[in-house]
Design a protein around this ligand. Structure first.
Ligand SMILES: C[S@@+](CC[C@H](N)C(=O)[O-])C[C@H]1O[C@@H](n2cnc3c(N)ncnc32)[C@H](O)[C@@H]1O
Length: 171
């Protein structure tokens, strides 16, 4: 079976069995399922600002929600309050705010939500734009908010090129 963009992203994120992960903009919850397949006593909290999407993700992942591996919430990243909880890894796929405008409040929220040694993974693709350009915009946004960029990756799929940025919170 050919690797798709979400399988590739999960391979890059490489969830460990005990990791605590946050997904921003989970949509239908496909990545949530793939993360849960790798968790043992870890957990993924997945948010989306659309109640319709969260309902769909909850249906798809009902078994993992019941087992305590996944929690789904209707929330906007910039105002997400999880009572001081911190994650090992946070990721977002195709969440436009990181490539458009100035995501100052989104990056500030991620500083609060990630452990100091945690990692942020941003994946993005656009129909008529190469991964070099998309990745450069992701990197510029992260650097503007003092994140420590570790690496930029790119991968081609039938649907186009996907860029990935991996970064650590500001020191
Ligand atoms: C294009 S969809 C991508 C869904 C999925 N991540 C994927 O790659 O297939 C973007 C999703 O992110 C959600 N979203 C966008 N900005 C968000 C934000 N600031 N906070 C929470 N959810 C957001 C949207 O409601 C939408 O469901």
């Amino acid at each position: 079976m050919r690797l798709n963009r979400i399988d590739w992203a999960i391979d890059v994120i490489a969830p460990r069995p005990s990791d605590h992960l946050l997904e921003v903009g989970c949509g239908h919850g496909v990545a949530v399922t793939k993360v849960c397949e790798r968790l043992v006593d870890g957990e993924i909290v997945a948010i989306d600002r659309s109640a319709t999407m969260v309902a769909a993700a909850a249906r798809r992942n009902a078994e993992y929600v019941a087992a305590g591996r996944a929690a789904l919430r209707v929330a906007e990243l910039r105002s997400l309050d999880l009572g001081g909880r911190r994650f090992d890894k946070a990721f977002a796929m195709r969440v436009g705010v990181f490539t458009r405008g100035d995501p100052i409040r989104e990056f500030a929220a991620l500083v609060r939500l990630l452990k100091p040694e945690g990692r942020l993974f941003l994946f993005h693709d656009e129909p008529s734009t190469g991964a070099d350009d998309v990745g450069a915009r992701l990197e510029a946004a992260a650097l503007r908010h003092s994140w420590q960029v570790e690496v930029r990756l790119a991968k081609s799929f039938d649907s186009g090129e996907v860029a990935c940025l991996i970064a650590r919170p500001p020191a």
